[in-house]
Design a protein around this ligand. Sequence first.
Ligand SMILES: [Zn+2]
Length: 367
Amino acid sequence: MVPGAAPLDDPALVLAGRRILDVGPARRVLAGFHGPVDDLGDVVLVPGLVNAHAHLELSHLRGQAPPPAGFCAWAGWLFAAARDTAPPDVLAAAVAEAAATGTAAVIDVAGRAGPAVARALREAGLSGLVCREILGRRAGLSLDLPPQLVEAAGDGVTATVCGHALYSTAPELLRRVRAACRAHGAPFGLHLAEHAGEMELFTTGRGEFAAMLAGRLLPKDWQAPGRSPVAEAAALGLLGPDALAVHVVHLAPGDADILARSGATACLCPRSNARIGVGVADAPALAAAGVRLALGTDSLASNDDLDLWNEARALLAAHPGLPGRTVLEAMTINPARLLGRADLGRLVPGSSGGWAELPADLAALLA
Ligand SMILES: [Zn+2]
């Protein structure tokens, strides 16, 4: 993942926990090293992975989602199911699963359980960003981070706010959220263009999803802007190199170019999209347009596990021609860059993300 650097054959890494102190040809690195040495055998090592979208506080809902029947059905189920958040032992198990499968950092979206999520990440030695999710129509809503969340952050776990979605949150509020993210030196995350109902709502104002929102999350005088969610996000000034657009499954012609021109990162969550039944993001078209991609598991309310390699497998199963490098970058250097973390996503001295082992069945990623 280091631009211009070739893969190292027979390397050695010197580690203190997840911190990489040295990396290079084994002959050089081991010559001056006195300490325990683990020989990992014939494996391929890549940087510790970055899961660019999760909701760890929903981890207690693993295996409970109804069969895929579209976004409205799933959202209706979640609304009733997500009254509680995951207890500490479930959170710890979820984070341990992510860590055991190579994840070094998580960009997490949290409601009430943000402090518990931050603690769980730190206790497992993971880093990342915990985002307090903002939703609603009160443009003047306080965007202050809860003191408990600020207190729980540290050790490479930082905190900020993020927007829920265009349809649920007032434009003025989303602009303020983005400004707050900038003040925190953090990216601005937003669920965007996840399902067909969202496209229908923004282009025509009609449909099942519009009916579901009417009088609840949408004000009575709301008018459809007559353009796609991505075009609307751009028109509202919400896209840019600091933006993390999550899902982007439903694009109008030209939307991939809008995302590419803005410099936004698109986070794909293929298994979540399949579990909810909202379609398949056109990853090859996004990549061809020059959109920077990231990969996320989303929550266990719409996924079976937090193994980011399984996300890569799903992405490749849907798009066998997607270049391996594009997929690896989506799991490492791209989300690291979005986070402004030079110490993640690369196997270099000073990295705090450690390494992950490339599963043998994913060797094609190196092609
Ligand atoms: Zn999400």
